[in-house]
Write a protein that binds this ligand. Structure first.
Ligand code: SF4
Ligand code: MG
Length: 407
């Protein structure tokens, strides 16, 4: 063991090893997620299982993500075990709270030695009253957090507190790992390097100190009435393969299209003038014509003022990159939209093969593209200008039938 002589971490890891042996889990079904601190050195000792060493306090968030990923995308058999100290638990309290609220199917082994061991013994949120550390030289005056109580209040259904030296600890850890949902075992232990001398602390006095703060040992809760998070998640959001059959996966086209190449279209106008909803109608028309499409919208944070832009890609083939480097078509129907395009230098990059459909009230900066103008705003009003300009483009192009485009 890489720890100081007598350190409680050695007991915990031996007991965890015992639990894994007891459960006879395949090594590939176990993932140890360690936090920063002396306990984080455990990774190197368990070289046949998966190990992930995380940032300080975040181990339970990583573990939650790993467990959900396995449940949804993997075998669903992974047992994810967090090894975290009291310092990490204090720093990452919200992650523990969240994992308990979610009932994430992870096991947290919280090694509580009342202080930050690795960084020199500073006090933590778990330090008892009157505890002397380099940061509380005259004794701690803040009561210690009762993490078992906090997480029980958050819905954790397997919560136990034990001493690292408890003979039953291996069995407790094994049953925590077997629990279908969030499980916490707080293990009270000695940091022999920093905790003992100034506090006259011994292994024998640990239990008395904890109990003097109205914190108790043993199984504190042990039911399984809540379903674990990934089960509820799969119920609500079934994987696509289960949600639709292959037959039901694609829309049946209502119209035909002769489109052979991908086309990138930028529609630019003003907020509140139906630019983005027109782009959505354009996409619907494309999909009803058996084509693939993507839509990306942009507008200032103010939402109701300034420019409004949509980038639409339409293609006979599946689209794997949704950006438009150089548009094939630009449709601009307001000053706001045109100004934004000019600022982004969209217009200056247009090619001679590009098409610009422009409201005739607008003045276009020099461009190589082919330009078509029409008084869309004057003729149809500001809120219909974008839609009519798209219709105009569909009439002159072979993208898909204008009958497929309904404003
Ligand atoms: S500093 Fe404390 S917690 Fe760290 S290895 Fe030594 S005894 Fe254990
Ligand atoms: Mg500690």
């Amino acid at each position: 063991m890489p720890f100081c002589k007598g350190c409680g971490h050695s007991h915990v890891l031996r007991k965890m090893n015992e639990a894994l042996v007891q459960l006879q889990l395949p090594a590939s079904d176990v993932c140890l997620v360690t936090d920063i601190g002396c306990i984080g050195l455990a990774d190197a000792l368990f070289d046949s299982v998966h190990t992930v060493h995380t940032t300080h306090g975040r181990s339970s968030a990583f573990a939650t993500g790993i467990q959900i990923a396995d449940a949804l995308l993997g075998t669903g058999t992974l047992k994810t075990i967090v090894l975290i100290g009291d310092g990490g638990a204090m720093i990452g309290l919200q992650h523990l709270v969240n994992a308990a609220l979610m009932n994430a199917n992870i096991t947290v082994l919280l090694c509580n030695n009342f202080l930050f061991g690795m960084t020199g013994g500073q006090n933590s949120a778990f330090s008892p009253f009157a505890f002397v550390t380099p940061t509380t030289p005259r004794g701690n005056i803040v009561p210690p957090i009762d993490m078992c109580r906090v997480l029980t209040d958050c819905g954790a259904e397997y919560v136990a507190r034990s001493l690292a030296t408890d003979k039953e600890l291996g069995t407790i850890i094994a049953s925590a790992i077997s629990h279908p949902g969030f499980a916490l075992v707080e293990i009270v232990e000695l940091c022999t390097e920093h905790a003992m001398e100034k506090n006259s602390l011994t292994g024998k006095s640990l239990a008395r100190i904890v109990e003097s703060h109205d914190q108790h040992f043993g199984m504190l809760t042990g039911s399984a009435t809540r379903s674990e998070f990934s089960e509820r998640y799969v119920d609500k959001y079934p994987p696509r393969s289960q949600e639709t059959s292959d037959n039901g996966k694609y829309l049946t086209p209502l119209f035909k299209s002769g489109l052979t190449n991908q086309v990138g279209i930028v529609i630019a106008g003003s907020a509140g003038e139906r630019v983005q909803s027109t782009a959505k109608k354009l996409c619907e028309g494309a999909m009803n014509s058996g084509l693939w499409c993507t839509q990306k919208n942009d507008n200032p944070v103010t939402q109701g003022s300034g420019f409004s832009i949509s980038e639409v890609i339409i293609s006979p083939n599946e689209i794997f990159y949704t950006g438009i480097e150089v548009p094939d078509v630009v449709i601009a129907v307001s000053e706001d939209g045109l100004r934004e395009l000019a600022e982004k230098q969209t217009l200056s990059h247009l090619l001679p093969s590009s098409t610009v459909i422009l409201d005739s009230g607008l003045k276009l900066p020099p461009t190589n593209a082919q330009i078509f103008t029409y008084p869309f705003r004057k003729e149809y009003g500001a809120d219909k200008a974008a839609g009519r300009a798209v219709e105009f483009y569909l009439q002159m192009s072979s993208l898909f039938s204008p009958d497929s485009f309904h404003l």
